[in-house]
Design a binder for this molecule. Structure first.
Ligand code: ATP
Ligand code: MG
Length: 255
């Protein structure tokens, strides 16, 4: 296959009368980071959830690697659910707050998915999970429970847990917005490392300075359409559209 890892075209999604995604299209290349910026309610979370088939778009096509789903022609019932599940298996999602299993240790949180859902051998999974914990700087917390960790550490476990499923793409929805300011840096550092190591990521964030450093591509979303896209040196440093400029002024003033 070619170097395109995510390909989205003509994506539409409404909730009742509300058209939330109104014809979204973009591509991302393997091993690159795409940052999604946009005001509250512009459809960022809905777009990420559509990539992960947690939301079902009304029409349009999402392809991640070898799995392509045309939502206009999604078969009803079991076949449609199977197609959605295949698409979902290609991406890992990291939410605003970690939602770890509270009664499982950190290590068990990482091994559960690969062993139960992917039916992989425990021994191999444990080895990989320890490697991932090391990667996010938490090798010594394998046997701790989530409540014994700081918010930033919990979020790093959440990232390692998403990686344990070996997704082709990692999707982040405001991964630092629920954290105390002093914990934001450690989580952003982990996400930046992933990008450097060749993971393909799509990141919703309001951390504009971080976006500038990490993004290969920035998409600015407003009202369910991509108003502007390009490298951060263009979209963030020298935006063409007035709507982008207004948004950036607002978030940078508060940052
Ligand atoms: N399940 C749902 N049912 C009805 N409306 C929804 C649903 N999910 C989202 N919406 C609406 O769709 C619009 C886009 O929501 P979305 O969560 O995608 O925005 P967002 O860009 O992620 O915003 P924020 O920056 O606040 O997280 C909003 O108006 C929201 O109220
Ligand atoms: Mg959102």
């Amino acid at each position: 296959m070619n170097d395109i890892r995510i390909e989205v075209s003509g994506l539409h999604k409404s909730f009742g009368d509300l058209d939330v995604l109104r014809g979204i299209g973009f591509t991302t290349s393997r091993g690159t980071s795409t940052v999604l910026l946009g005001p509250s309610g512009s459809g960022k979370t809905t777009l990420l959830r559509s990539l992960n088939a947690l939301d079902t778009p009304d029409r349009g096509v999402v392809r991640i690697d070898d799995v392509s789903v045309d939502f206009s022609a999604l078969p009803p019932g079991k076949a449609g659910r199977a197609a959605a599940a295949r698409l979902r298996s290609r991406s890992g999602m990291v939410f605003q707050s970690h939602n770890l299993f509270p009664h499982r240790t950190v290590l068990q949180n990482l091994t559960e998915g690969p062993v139960v859902a992917q039916k992989r051998p425990l021994e191999e999974v444990v080895g990989e999970a320890r490697g991932l914990l090391d990667q996010v700087g938490l090798a010594d917390k394998a046997d701790s429970y989530p409540y014994q960790l700081s918010g930033g550490q919990q979020q790093r476990v959440g990232i390692a847990r998403a990686l344990a499923l070996k997704p082709r793409v990692v999707l982040f929805d405001e991964p630092t917005s629920a954290l105390d300011p002093e914990l934001v840096g450690e989580v952003l550092a982990v996400i930046k490392d992933l990008a450097t190591e060749g993971w393909t990521t799509v990141i919703v964030t309001h951390e504009i300075r971080f976006a500038e450093r990490v993004a290969d591509q920035v998409l600015f979303l407003d009202g369910g359409v991509i108003v502007e896209h390009g490298p951060p040196g263009q979209v963030i440093a020298d935006p063409r559209e007035e709507r982008t400029r207004r948004f950036l002024r607002r978030v940078l003033d508060h940052g």
